[in-house]
Write a protein that binds this ligand. Structure first.
Ligand code: NAP
Ligand code: MG
Length: 496
């Protein structure tokens, strides 16, 4: 059944949190407007109506937030906590998120248009992320090092200090927790800058922290634009690390800006991930997963499998299966229970996605499914498949960030590995084959941060490292490496 295309004003949620005065900045445990008094409106992409207003922080507000985070970092209230107590605070945070999961998911769906089932999954996953990291404070070991007689040498793992967390609009709550949970587990303090379009769930999270024992100033939230608020954070000389998820262009700029005081950086950036379907694969399963991997979240996903490579001998059969799967993704109201795909997150982004249909046609490619704006009644883009493509075309190389994939045939393993690696990106890759020996060999050869074999992309709440190679990023979230990414190593030499 197709979900409705227009929002029902009667059933449209209006959580109390979005009613009333503009949302303020959360600095040192206190809500305050931007010093300039400026605000920005936040829009519902389904209706393009204003939801509420948020504060537009500038460099003065950011400085206040960084000072608060520094003060909290140096305070005994935070730095002198036992590892057990720090872990139990993370468990308290997980509980409070769990108790408000519906509301937090509703705020994300209101602002970015993702189906409620998807945003609810992301909030549930975030609860697990906090529970995962709650186990870390009691397990961050240093080392005793080889020492000459009369000496004791050892190595400590200590927090970095103030961490700036800058998040994108496509998975607002989840991305925030991926950064805040490990930062707190390792004893840092945080200033979060959510995407301007999607600040509400992060602000509500800050409000909910009052229900936990987290000391004031440990988590601060500054809202506003990337160009002003984000820029002030990445330039700030008292920020020790920036952990960023967003576009490759902003990631490169951030790396330059971090030179001012040699900030540590973790960058999770864009992708153009290959899905490789060999002739011996379970084709119906591969088609189902391939559709999900580029259509979930309307393709506004960094790990979207948007370059589909199919072995020539099964191209026709696979294309027909894929078309059937794509037909089940009908965009509609993200609050409707039948909706699997919502609108694009904003009109600007919608226009950007549509512009690639012209780019494809002008290059001689053929849009075999979709390729329309699916009517003029909202920011909907129909699931779109582009064929007759060469790997050097813009549609095969650039991240479109919409429900759009290219399909390219291949005839042997070397060719498909070469084409897959012929990309500036390297975030995820999906391989479908019943030949496990070939699956492992190809996985080893793919230039990609993650490889998924005979499965869709699985996120594992903190357990597995996640990140990209090449221009998809620097560093990893999660896994065991994440502890190094949020700590400094200190060598201590003692003359006994
Ligand atoms: P974006 O424009 O790079 O924005 C990301 C964040 O950076 C936002 O909070 C943005 O603020 C802020 N920002 C923009 N300019 C800044 C500046 N000069 N200094 C500091 N901060 C600045 O990316 P987006 O369009 O929101 O998100 C889509 C991109 O994120 C895609 O390329 C996608 O692949 C990538 N992504 C990657 C992952 C991953 O894990 N690898 C996950 C999700 C998304 P405002 O938006 O408020 O201006
Ligand atoms: Mg942006």
């Amino acid at each position: 059944m197709n979900a409705p295309r227009t929002a029902d004003p009667v059933t449209r949620p209006r959580p109390p949190f979005v009613q009333g005065a503009p949302k303020e900045l959360f600095i040192d445990g206190v809500w305050r407007p931007a010093a300039s008094g400026r605000t920005l409106e936040t829009l519902d992409p389904m209706t393009e109506q204003v939801i509420t207003s948020i504060a537009a922080a500038d460099a003065d507000d950011v400085d206040l937030a960084v000072r608060a985070a520094r003060r909290a970092f140096r305070s005994d209230e935070w730095s002198a906590l036992s590892p057990y107590r720090r872990g139990s605070l993370l468990l308290e945070i997980a509980d409070v998120i769990e108790a408000h999961a519906d509301e937090l998911a509703t705020l994300d769906t209101l602002e970015m248009g993702g189906p409620l089932a998807l945003t609810r999954w992301m909030v549930d996953h975030s609860v697990e992320v906090f529970r995962h990291y709650a186990g870390w404070p009691t397990k961050i070991y240093g080392q005793t090092a080889p020492s000459s007689p009369g000496q004791l040498n050892y190595v400590l793992k200590q927090p970095l200090g103030v961490v700036a967390a800058i998040t994108p609009w496509n998975g607002p709550f989840l991305q925030m927790t991926w950064k805040v949970a490990p930062a707190l587990a390792t004893g840092n303090t945080v200033v979060v800058k959510p995407a301007q379009q999607t600040s509400l769930s992060t602000l509500r999270f800050a409000e909910l922290l009052a229900e936990t024992g987290l000391p004031r100033g440990v988590v601060n939230v500054v809202t506003g634009t990337g160009g002003i608020t984000g820029e002030a954070l990445i330039q700030h000389l008292d920020v020790n690390k920036v952990t960023f998820t967003g576009s490759t262009a902003v990631g490169k700029h951030l790396l330059e800006a971090s030179a001012g005081n040699l900030k540590r950086v973790t960058l999770e950036l864009g992708g153009k991930s290959p899905t490789i379907v060999f002739a011996d694969a379970d084709l119906p399963a591969a088609a189902r997963a391939a559709a999900a991997d580029f259509l979930a979240g309307s393709g506004q996903s960094c790990v979207a499998g948007t370059r589909i490579f199919v072995e020539e001998s099964v191209r026709k059969e696979f294309s027909a299966l894929l078309a059937d799967e794509m037909a089940t993704y009908v965009p509609g109201d993200p609050f409707h229970p039948d909706t699997v795909m919502g609108p694009m997150a904003s009109r600007d982004h919608y226009n950007k996605v549509l512009s690639y249909f012209t780019i494809a046609r002008e290059a001689g490619a053929v849009i075999t499914t979709g390729g329309t704006n699916d009517g003029d009644d909202g920011l909907f883009v129909a699931p779109t498949l582009i064929e007759n493509v060469t790997n050097d075309m813009r549609v095969a190389q650039e991240e479109i960030f919409g429900p759009v994939a290219v399909l390219l045939p291949f005839s042997d393993v070397d060719e498909v590995v070469r084409m897959s690696n012929d990309s500036v990106y390297g975030l995820a890759a999906y391989v479908w084959t019943r030949d496990l020996s070939r699956a492992h060999t190809v996985a080893a050869r793919l230039e990609s941060g993650s490889v998924f074999i005979n499965t869709t992309g699985q996120m594992s709440a903190g357990i597995l490292p996640f990140g990209g190679v090449k221009q998809s990023g620097i560093g990893r979230d999660h896994g065991t490496d994440v502890i190094d990414a949020f700590t400094e190593t200190k060598t201590v030499v003692v003359n006994l």
